[in-house]
Design a protein around this ligand. Sequence first.
Ligand code: AP5
Length: 216
Amino acid sequence: MNLILLGPPGAGKGTQARRLQDGHGLIQLSTGDMLRAAVASGSDIGNQVKAIMERGELVSDDVMIAMIKDRIQEADCADGFILDGFPRTTAQAEALDEMLADMGRALDNVVEMRVDDLALVGRITGRYSCAKCGAGYHDDFQKPATEGVCDSCGSTEFSRRKDDNAETVTSRLEAYHAQTAPLLPYYDGKGVLAGVDGMAEIDEVTLQIEAVLGAG
Ligand code: AP5
């Protein structure tokens, strides 16, 4: 199964992708995580994209398409993947169609996660993750069972993303509405788009996505 989770920053794409990957034997491909790893490693690509990400703007299509093209050909993607953060422009969506066609594969579902813009700022500014295993948390909506201890690996080290501040969220939302939202009619026209209520509680959103996948 090849799946795209599509939605604005903070919609819950990463949260849901991590839940779905184990149950369905799929690989989560988060372009944001790949870019942050490139920045942390100090690679040429990382140095090129660091300031762009901190401003909340989109990285160029050429860089993103090359990154995903290499990644989806790796062996662990053979049984399917969940794209989280890609595609974000029409050029990226068209390139993905070509890549999949060349590989004899197709998209099964594109799930739109619908969330009000006002709710996103609070979600993003309250987000943090385990510095060791990457498990995601929120100050109000998704706390670890024991305060200060990661549920998944027991680490007590946590970190917050540099672009998770109120000013950058505004640019990220503008980029979403201007450049990514046009993908909704694009995928609707292909008959693969389904929407879920991303304002619902995290468990309920998972159930709604599972229902879409079950029906697909
Ligand atoms: P990226 O890392 O992809 O960021 P994003 O799209 O802005 O998405 P987020 O990771 O912020 O949100 P999410 O939807 O995953 O929400 P989450 O599950 O964490 O991209 C970062 C940057 O990289 C971009 O700005 C751009 O510069 C660049 N980039 C990446 N891909 C690119 C591409 N293809 N082209 C060009 N540039 C690219 O949830 C958020 C918080 O809310 C969490 O704390 C969570 O616990 C909580 N939460 C989740 N669901 C719920 C719920 N239902 N109710 C209450 N709280 C919830």
